[in-house]
Design a protein around this ligand. Structure first.
Ligand code: ATP
Ligand code: MG
Length: 164
C-alpha cells in the first residue's frame, strides 16, 4: 500500500440538508483558494444511493444557483461553465473499461481552469487524473458519514480550512 502523507477527516451528515450544506461550504472554499483555479479533482466514493449526486448537485449549484443538475449516469459527464472555470461532473458507473475515457477525450477536456467531481472513480483507474481530495460517503443510521482524504498539497490546504 502506498503511504499517503496527507490528512483525513470525518463528519456526520444526519440528513440531506447537511450534505448540501457541506457541499456549499467546500465549494465556497474551493472558490476562495486561488490555488484551486488550475484544476481540482475530487473523487466521490460510496455505494449506490450513498449521496454522491446529492453532494455534487449542491456543489454545482453553489456556483450556478438554480442550475438543473442531472445525474451523468448515461452521459458519463455533464459540463457546466461558470464565469471563471469549467465544472465537470462524471459518473463512471457504466464505464466498461477505463480506456473509454480516452475515447471521450478526457485529456483534452480537463484543461485548466476546471473542477471535476468524479463518481465511481474506481472504474476509471489508470486513466483518470490523480485526486486532490477523495470523499467517501457511508450510511450511518438514517444519515451518512463523510470522510475526506487529502491527496495533494491543494487537497491538504482545503481540508485544513474545513476545520473539524
Ligand atoms: N446525509 C444524508 N442523509 C440521508 N439521506 C441522504 C443524505 N444525503 C443524501 N441523501 C439521500 O440519499 C439518496 C442519495 O442519492 P444519490 O443519487 O445522491 O446517490 P449516489 O451516491 O449518487 O448514487 P449512484 O451511485 O447511484 O449514483 C437521495 O435519496 C438523497 O435524498
Ligand atoms: Mg450518483
Amino acid at each position: 500500500m502506498i503511504h499517503n502523507p496527507y490528512s483525513s477527516k470525518k463528519w456526520p451528515l444526519p440528513d440531506e440538508s447537511r450534505t448540501a450544506l457541506f457541499a456549499q461550504t467546500l465549494a465556497k472554499l474551493c472558490e476562495t483558494l486561488e490555488a484551486a483555479t488550475p484544476g481540482l479533482v475530487v473523487y466521490l466514493q460510496g455505494d449506490l444511493g450513498a449521496g454522491k449526486t446529492s453532494f455534487s448537485r449542491a456543489f454545482i449549484q453553489t456556483f450556478l444557483p438554480g442550475q438543473r443538475v442531472k445525474s451523468p449516469t448515461y452521459t458519463l459527464v455533464e459540463t457546466y461553465a461558470t464565469p471563471v472555470f469549467t465544472l465537470y461532473h462524471f459518473d463512471l458507473y457504466r464505464l466498461c473499461e477505463a480506456e473509454e475515457l480516452e475515447y471521450i477525450g478526457i485529456r483534452d477536456l480537463l484543461v485548466p481552469p476546471f473542477m471535476a467531481l468524479i463518481e465511481w472513480p474506481s472504474k476509471g483507474q489508470g486513466v483518470l487524473p490523480k485526486a486532490d481530495l477523495i470523499m467517501s460517503l457511508t450510511r450511518l443510521g438514517e444519515g451518512r458519514e463523510l470522510s475526506l482524504q487529502a491527496c495533494s498539497e491543494l487537497g491538504e490546504a482545503l481540508l485544513d480550512k474545513l476545520g473539524s
